[in-house]
Design a binder for this molecule. Structure first.
Ligand SMILES: [Zn+2]
Length: 301
């Protein structure tokens, strides 16, 4: 009660002060600008009350000035709340204590078609017979997530794949109560690097230049906590099989060499976009299997 009395006394005194001067300051952090509006020696809440008491006594110009001020502040609060929302969406680690839903709201359409041939498409198919001759991509970026084990953040992917991967890494870690994190053995490799690898490694272990999904900036070789993804009774791999498609990722080599053109590789996950990943998941097909089914369809037409 004492405090309230003091406050009302203060307010009465301050309301006598007619020379209200408004000043604002700008402060920039992490690419966001904050505005601080302040009336001389008065906090914002007091300011509202003083305005309320003083508006009837004010001159017309002052009234207009105050109203404009309030409108600007209102618009600013609106814009900043919306920007905060979108900003936090891109920052997975801000949500790490919150529960979130992994529900998939996409409607499955078994008749949809995909862009399997454009070199810049996320759905482009590559294998030994179907090279993709792009030297590099403009939207390659480093991963940025606190849910990666060890030096995971030194690896890069194309923008959309990187964003979806970070969301998947957060969800994965969340599912295991933050006791598990993805470790990465390899992600984007430019063609020059692929050529070097091809020159020094046995050819069963590394794809010919132009034919690796890693050169597309869409594939990652995953482990968990620095070990293989199939350790811990396969629960990590099982979770990936059940959920990775929601983030657009697909385990490229999961059947047999006759179907996928390569031996099974539980660690190799490729971004194909959410639509195609969901399609493959629902149809229980590998990407290679789907691609060849489309090819034979076209050759019959
Ligand atoms: Zn791989």
């Amino acid at each position: 009660m004492k405090k309230m009395k003091l406050l009302s006394l203060q307010l009465k005194q301050l309301s006598k002060n007619k020379s209200l001067t408004l000043w604002k300051s700008f402060w920039t952090k992490n690419g966001m600008t904050f505005f601080i509006f302040k009336f001389e020696k008065i906090s914002w809440i007091c300011t509202m009350q003083i305005l309320y008491q003083n508006i009837p006594k004010m001159s017309l110009t002052k009234k207009i000035f105050c109203i404009i001020g309030i409108v600007i502040l209102g618009v600013w609060i609106g814009i900043s709340s919306i920007s905060f929302f979108f900003y936090f969406q891109t920052q997975p680690h801000f949500w790490n204590i919150l529960h979130f839903s992994e529900k998939n709201f996409k409607i499955f359409d078994p008749h949809q078609t995909f862009d399997l041939f454009s070199p810049y498409s996320y759905e482009v198919f590559v294998d030994k017979e179907h090279p993709s001759k792009v030297e590099t991509f403009k939207d390659i970026r480093r991963l940025n997530s606190v849910f990666l084990y060890g030096d995971g953040n030194i690896f890069s992917l194309r923008e959309e794949a990187a964003t979806k991967f970070e969301l998947m890494a957060r969800a994965f870690s969340h599912a295991f109560k933050f006791q598990a994190k993805f470790s990465i053995n390899s992600a984007y490799r430019n063609t020059a690097f692929q050529r070097k690898l091809y020159a020094i490694l046995p050819h069963q272990q590394v794809a010919k230049p132009w034919t690796s999904e890693h050169e597309l900036g869409l594939a990652v070789d995953l482990g968990v906590n620095g070990k293989g993804i199939e350790t811990e009774g396969g629960k990590y791999f099982k979770r990936m099989q059940e959920n990775a498609y929601k983030y657009g990722f697909h385990n490229s080599y999961q059947k047999w060499i006759e179907i996928d053109g390569q031996m099974k590789e539980t660690r190799h996950w490729r971004y194909v976009g959410v639509d195609l990943a969901m399609y493959l998941h629902k149809m229980d097909m590998t990407f290679s299997e789907y691609f060849h089914s489309q090819e034979s369809k076209n050759s019959h037409n």
